[in-house]
Design a protein around this ligand. Structure first.
Ligand SMILES: Cc1ncc(COP(=O)(O)O)c(C=O)c1O
Length: 399
């Protein structure tokens, strides 16, 4: 699919220059239409009714699981639906039987969703070890290795930093985790739908994914990948309807995986839409998405970096789809508002739910930074307008 075809499917792009894919992406028409089709034509619960409409809802819901497992090269039952990445991470943090004295390793550039659930385990006596990234926001696998000791149970690391855009050496970290017999989790919130992910190749034990970001899927969708060999280490945290095989007044028997982790009525329309989003991304082609992202990211980084009074964070050779920056001493929210006022350019400003990462790059006192993030629907012309507008802002407000 050509960029123009994708843009034609997203009416919002006629109105704005959308550079906030790292938060969430606009939903293309076929995905919205798949959700409407569910609501108009087979709006029944899944996994429950014996009538044809309910069976259709179940089949469509499970088709998405099938599509995702093919897309990521894993098994059907290794996909557990959640409402977002955060819920997927919490499913592991709260479902794993951590004991007092255990420890978990994360990094100082994690999103709060891959930080706070682990920090919260301190209440249970679990220690958190935080590995520090380099000045470009990249982790050294050797630092991770050094942090491992006999108390380490799990390492959870982001694939791409949402605050800096830096790509992390998750393959090497995964190998270390395997050698040391420590569980390994990847936060793939910023990579899914943006680059090829082969779970058999990366081989994490767990991975957390959003449906609503790179995949161009609906809001309220996400999922956890849980490797079959380790799933028995996780206990469901959301018990009730749909999670059990049998119940007596004294006990219950859990259903098989993944049903035991998907308590209550799920976001069926969203998951159906997510299946259409996977097809849509396949039609564009991940290699086309990657090529485009690499070109545009570099073009954007160089353009911003050339403007006087700006500072860009990260190594341009190792950032992906995200450029984070500041204009001298101007509050990032002011810059974002001016961009919106002048040219209806949508960027994120502030701490990006990653305060430790923002502290790390020295942007905390200024109130964070500005983050521009792209997807396949963005064009070079849009980035030029963005960079030119920034140059004007810098000229008038920078000192
Ligand atoms: C790296 C990272 N992890 C986790 C999250 C949380 O994602 P969600 O909003 O799907 O829960 C985000 C969201 O921006 C993110 O960028």
């Amino acid at each position: 699919m050509k960029i123009a075809d994708v843009r034609a499917d997203i009416p919002l792009l006629e109105e704005v220059i959308y550079l906030d894919a790292a938060s969430t992406t606009p939903t293309p028409k076929p995905v919205v239409e798949a959700m409407c089709d569910y609501y108009y034509n087979y709006n029944a619960n899944m996994g429950r009714g014996a009538y044809k409409t309910a069976i259709k809802a179940t089949t469509k819901y499970e088709n998405t699981r099938e599509k995702l497992s093919k897309f990521l090269n894993c098994e059907f039952e290794e996909i557990i639906f959640t409402k977002n990445t955060t819920e997927a991470i919490n499913t592991v943090a709260n479902g794993f039987d951590f004991k007092k004295g255990d420890s978990v390793i994360i990094s100082n550039i994690e999103h709060h969703s891959n930080f706070v659930p682990w920090l919260n385990l301190r209440k249970k006596g679990v220690n958190l070890k935080i590995v520090t990234a380099d000045e470009n926001g990249v982790l050294d696998p050797l630092d991770v290795e050094k942090a491992i000791d006999e108390t380490t149970r799990l390492i959870s690391i982001t694939h791409v930093s949402n605050a800096i855009g830096s790509l992390q050496p998750i393959g090497d970290i995964g190998k270390i985790a395997e050698e040391k017999d420590v569980l390994f989790m990847v936060d793939a919130a910023q990579s899914l739908g943006h680059m090829k992910i082969d779970l058999k190749n990366i081989n994490p034990d767990f991975a957390a994914f959003p449906g609503h970001k790179g995949l161009l899927g609906p809001l309220g969708t996400g999922f956890l990948y849980c490797r079959s060999e380790v799933v028995d280490k996780l206990y469901p945290t959301n018990l009730g309807g749909g999670t059990v095989l049998d119940v007596s007044e004294n006990d219950f028997t859990l259903d098989a995986v993944p049903a035991r982790f998907e308590g209550g009525t799920p976001n069926i329309a969203g998951i159906v839409g997510l299946g259409t989003a996977v097809d849509y991304i396949d039609r564009i082609g991940l290699s086309n998405i990657e090529k485009h992202a690499k070109k545009l990211t570099r073009y954007m980084f160089d353009g911003i970096n050339r403007i006087e009074n700006t500072i860009c964070y990260g190594d341009p050779e190792n950032i992906y789809g995200i450029v984070s920056f500041n204009i001298n001493n101007i509050n990032p929210h002011d810059v974002a508002k001016i961009l919106d006022e002048l040219k209806r350019i949508c960027v994120r400003s502030g701490y990006h739910c990653a305060i430790p990462a923002i502290r790390h790059i020295g942007a905390y006192k200024l109130g964070g930074n500005i983050r521009a993030s792209i997807h396949y629907y963005n064009t070079k012309e849009e980035i030029k307008i963005f960079v030119d507008t920034l140059a004007e802002i810098s000229k008038f407000l920078g000192d």
